[in-house]
Design a protein around this ligand. Structure first.
Ligand SMILES: Nc1ccn([C@@H]2O[C@H](COP(=O)(O)OP(=O)(O)OP(=O)(O)O)[C@@H](O)[C@H]2O)c(=O)n1
Ligand SMILES: C[C@](O)(CO)[C@H](O)COP(=O)(O)O
Length: 232
């Protein structure tokens, strides 16, 4: 496999919904800050040429220390992020030197190599792809407390990361959004508004984003399940 992929791992958030004093990306999972787990998995993926880590300005040095201790040879640099996720991704994008780029949340520690592979293949086939899973619940559009619509579930997917693009296209999408004052909750949104077709690649429900305190208990449960699978 050609090493033509740069990976941006964003870990510069404050974790306000988690509510812990320590930013959630630095909370320990399996004896390590949880952002390192995704870095390790991307480091094993065959197309990864370099990994760019984005963290808070005050955390750059300790992040570098963690990475050095864990020996992650593909990490090219650790840079300071911005106020919103989108700004952090843009800071990472400035460091990218490969033709393809994937953006991944540092707080999605259960990303599997096979799912990175599925996203990568779909990205190479179609030009841009995000990992996603079909929604299992019925989703309602609610205004205040009143239900106003029930979208057809067969068209609904819960979007995860990684999200992969041609580097030049994602850069263009970010620069355009920045110049127009548009803030997106993911990178795909910025590409979609430029008319770039983005495909979904089906991932796994275990690729959770650690967002609120109960996700930590679920993460411990998933960790035990992963260990059991490895031992079997
Ligand atoms: N300014 C920001 C905000 C978010 N992120 C990263 O984007 C990912 C997804 O964001 P989210 O879960 O929303 O993290 P936080 O912004 O930390 O959480 P919250 O919204 O609860 O404050 C995380 O890996 C987070 O570190 C980032 O790099 N820079
Ligand atoms: C990018 C993302 O993880 C896809 O689900 C999500 O949109 C991030 O959103 P958040 O508001 O930063 O949690």
């Amino acid at each position: 496999m050609e090493r033509n992929l740069s990976v941006i791992v964003v870990a510069a958030g404050r974790g306000s919904r988690m509510g812990t004093k320590e930013s959630k990306q630095f909370l320990e999972l399996d004896g390590q800050p949880l952002f390192l787990r995704a870095i390790d998995t991307f480091g094993r993926f065959g197309a990864t040429a370099e990994i760019i880590v984005v963290t808070g300005a005050a955390d750059v040095e300790r992040c570098e220390r963690y990475i050095q201790e864990a020996e992650c040879p593909l990490v090219k640099t650790v840079v300071a992020g911005g106020a919103e996720r989108q700004h952090s991704v843009y800071e990472g994008l400035k460091q990218v030197s490969s033709p393809w780029v994937m953006v991944h949340d540092g707080v999605r520690p259960f990303i599997r190599e096979e799912d990175i592979g599925a996203c990568y293949e779909e990205m190479q086939r179609s030009g841009a792809a995000v990992l996603a899973v079909p929604v299992k619940d019925t989703i309602k559009i609610v205004n205040d407390t009143t239900i106003v619509d029930t979208p057809d579930r067969s068209t609904l997917w819960a979007i995860q990361t990684p999200q992969g693009f041609r580097t030049e296209e994602l850069l263009r999408a970010h620069e355009q959004a920045l110049s127009e004052g548009v803030l997106g909750t993911d990178d795909s949104m910025l590409a979609e508004r430029l008319g770039i077709a983005v495909s979904v690649a089906q991932g796994d429900y275990t690729n959770i984003k650690i967002t609120t305190p109960e996700d930590l208990d679920y993460a411990e449960f998933l960790l035990r399940a992963v260990r059991r699978e490895k031992e079997a």
